[in-house]
Ligand binder design. Structure first.
Ligand code: NAD
Length: 254
């Protein structure tokens, strides 16, 4: 009797002792947050070349456009709820298999689904906080967003007058050293590396599965569309993250 890819993937997960999961924007599309590269995604509406770190710090006109865009997109992020795939990830942690959860997402849905902060590495930062680029003070995004909604076109730091920027890693901005080093360390020690909902087009996150496979991990990819790493994967499951992850967990011995 032949074993289906889903059953093989479930077996792989149930044998994992050091499971590392990497998630991308595709895990959250079913929560109503559009991804970056699919048709209708965020960057088909706004030009990503404009919203770089360099532009943000260079002049007030760019910052004003950024905060104006945030009036459009932040409520979608802030009000989103985790879907079945986020819950499946939290469930895998409860089953004691998870070594680390690395996410490229910045909107906090893994935490909302119950994944523990000690296991979570947000390699592209968090949209739920804002940081002053001069004095380093961190503020809650809700607080700063309320100032923008109340009519402040560009909220500056009230302590030092510096530039306030969401604590996300923008294009052109250096990756956070600690989180990046940690993510690669976990990838090196993974026995199974599971990617959920990422085009694997943005480095260095896209290097993590390659690194894990080179260090002998089995790679499992759950994504709607092909990725450059599919050829390295032991199993690729093409489908929606929530239903594929639910089917995977259902096929695992509890
Ligand atoms: P992506 O949009 O590149 O890829 C998402 C993938 O998920 C696609 O391959 C898509 O087919 C798949 N997908 C969509 N819905 C799905 C579903 N329901 N189930 C399964 N798969 C689904 O997102 P990414 O890989 O996370 O992108 C990389 C990162 O690039 C982002 O996390 C972001 O941090 C960064 N980025 C930053 C900026 C910026 O700051 N200016 C701009 C763009 C991207």
């Amino acid at each position: 009797m032949s074993v289906s890819p889903l059953e093989r993937a479930a077996a792989l997960l149930s044998e994992a002792k050091d499971l590392v999961i990497l998630t991308g924007a595709g895990i959250s599309t079913e929560s109503g947050i559009p991804d970056f590269r699919s048709p209708g995604g965020i960057w088909t509406k706004y030009d990503p070349n404009e919203f770089t770190y360099q532009n943000f710090v260079a002049n007030r006109a760019h910052r004003e456009r950024y905060w104006k865009m945030s009036l459009d997109i932040h409520p979608v992020f802030a009000n989103a709820e985790p879907n079945g795939a986020h819950h499946a990830v939290a469930d895998l942690e409860r089953r004691g298999r998870l070594r680390a959860l690395i996410t490229q997402n910045t909107h906090g849905l893994h935490q909302k689904a119950g994944s523990s902060p000690e296991k979570l590495i947000e390699i592209h930062g968090t949209a739920l906080e804002v940081v002053c680029l001069s004095c380093g003070e961190r503020l809650s995004r809700t607080e700063v967003q309320a100032r923008v909604e109340a009519g402040e076109a560009i909220p500056d730091c009230r302590s030092c007058g510096g530039i306030l920027k969401p604590a996300t890693i923008s294009f052109g901005q250096a990756m956070p050293e600690r989180e990046t080093a940690l993510a690669f360390d976990h990838a090196e020690h993974a026995d199974v590396f599971l990617v959920i909902g990422s085009s694997l087009a943005v480095r260095p996150a896209a290097d993590l599965p390659v690194y894990a496979v080179e260090a002998a991990a089995k790679l499992l990819i759950v994504n709607l569309t092909p990725t450059p790493c599919d050829r390295l994967a032991t199993i690729v499951l093409r489908g929606k993250a929530s239903e594929t992850m639910a089917a995977l967990l259902a096929a695992m011995p509890s």
